[in-house]
Ligand binder design. Structure first.
Ligand code: ADP
Ligand code: GN1
Ligand code: MG
Length: 358
């Protein structure tokens, strides 16, 4: 029996398992679709233990957050529902130390890799803005910090410097141009971190990985349904969630597009996302609203730094499908950053207008 199917047999599923197949496009966990003879479907995930050292803490976070959300949602498809193991735990550990969890499959839903129209992207903003608002009264201090310094951009630069120095797989010489381009932005990297440390920006419970493919839309109405992929829910800034959404969803091309002439930040999509996020996350301070353009730029810069760091380290973190995959990804991100620089004044003006700031 394969390990995923074996793991699935330890959960309280409705009926007998008839199939268990790889599913989706995540970079981190191993995801499977499990179908039972009752017709019921589930998502089984092998949790990536290289990325998540504290699986117990991670599952405690997810259990607590989904329990909190379940009290505020009328439709069970509006939050991730964890299925217990047969002995009443939130996850199963196999004989090789692998950790597995199961969720109800969110039926009649859509998960998009790119928005098909502006309304899809608006709905993803509603999903993430609502998620943040619903967690505004959640006691953030009780959450485990699953990946310390996850969106600490200066710390990502520190690790980038280490990777350049170490040059573990001898790739540094061939990517000097990319390294220099990223280093030329290092002086901007601490902008949000400084505002967080000085108390200008409030700490919230945030998702921290707000890619469009971490949102489910209702297949019939195409309205926001559910936010998924809760591994990185931790205390953070509104600008992190806003920014990572723009990085991925307002891009005019895929994260790994090779033809850079296709890559830019769609200002129309940026506008609709800003509108949806500000409207659904009521209560953001003026400083928070004004930090949103920085979120877009720094989350894109940071993700690019992470891709390039991983390329230099020999692709030890992100899943890659070919040797230059992380390099291609880092090139699209810096292209996006250049484009945001060109649109910087407009990005601010949009936030002011949508946020009602004179
Ligand atoms: P990763 O951390 O690897 O990105 P995700 O939790 O985002 O893993 O899951 C990968 C994909 O699996 C998602 O993009 C989505 O398509 C699908 N998926 C995850 N959870 C569910 C669910 N409960 N119902 C339906 N599809 C899901
Ligand atoms: C990873 O898990 P996934 O594929 O949604 C990563 C994010 C990156 C993203 C880049 C835990 O997200 O931080 O922004 O890839 N998640 C983790 O596509 O590192
Ligand atoms: Mg995901």
């Amino acid at each position: 029996m394969n390990t995923a199917l074996h793991a699935a047999s330890f959960f309280k599923l409705d009926g007998k398992i008839i199939s268990c197949e790889p599913y989706g496009f995540g970079h981190i966990n191993r995801t499977f679709l499990v179908v039972c003879n009752s017709g019921k479907r589930y998502i089984l995930q092998g949790i990536n233990s290289n990325v998540f050292a504290d699986v117990a803490g991670l599952m405690e976070n997810i259990s607590a957050v989904t329990a909190h959300l379940s009290k505020q949602c009328s439709d069970p498809r509006q939050y991730l529902n964890l299925i217990e193991t047969t002995d009443g735990r939130s996850y199963f550990t196999d004989d090789d130390g692998g950790s597995w969890r199961v969720y109800d499959f969110i039926e009649d839903s859509l998960c998009l890799q790119a928005p098909e129209n502006a309304e899809d992207f608006y709905q993803s903003a509603v999903a993430f803005g609502t998620f943040q608002k619903q967690l505004a009264d959640f006691p953030a201090k009780t959450l485990h910090e699953i990946i310390p310094n996850f969106h600490n951009t200066p710390d990502r630069y520190r690790r980038f410097h280490e990777a350049i120095e170490k040059d573990a797989v001898g790739r540094a010489a061939s990517v000097q141009a990319e390294i220099e381009d990223y280093l030329s932005y290092e002086n901007e990297a601490a902008t949000l971190q400084k505002q967080l440390e000085s108390g200008v920006l409030p700490l919230r419970v945030t998702h921290n990985d707000t890619k469009l493919n971490n949102v489910m839309l209702d297949a019939k109405t195409r309205k926001a349904l559910c936010v998924i992929d809760l591994d990185t829910v931790m205390p953070g800034l509104a600008a992190f969630d806003f920014g990572d959404s723009i990085r991925f969803g307002a891009a005019t091309a895929a994260e790994d597009e090779k033809d850079l002439s296709k890559v830019s930040m769609d200002i129309g999509l940026y506008t609709v996302f800003t509108r949806g996020f500000i409207r659904s996350c009521a209560g953001m301070t003026e400083e928070e609203k004004l930090s949103l353009p920085w979120g877009a730029k720094l989350m894109t810069l940071e993700c690019g730094v992470r891709f390039l760091t991983d390329y230099l380290n020999g692709d030890v973190y992100f899943s890659v499908h070919y040797p230059e995959h992380n390099l291609d990804r880092c090139r699209t991100q810096i292209k996006m950053v250049h484009d945001m620089d060109a649109k910087w004044e407009e990005m601010y003006a949009i936030v002011r207008r949508e946020g009602g700031i004179e």
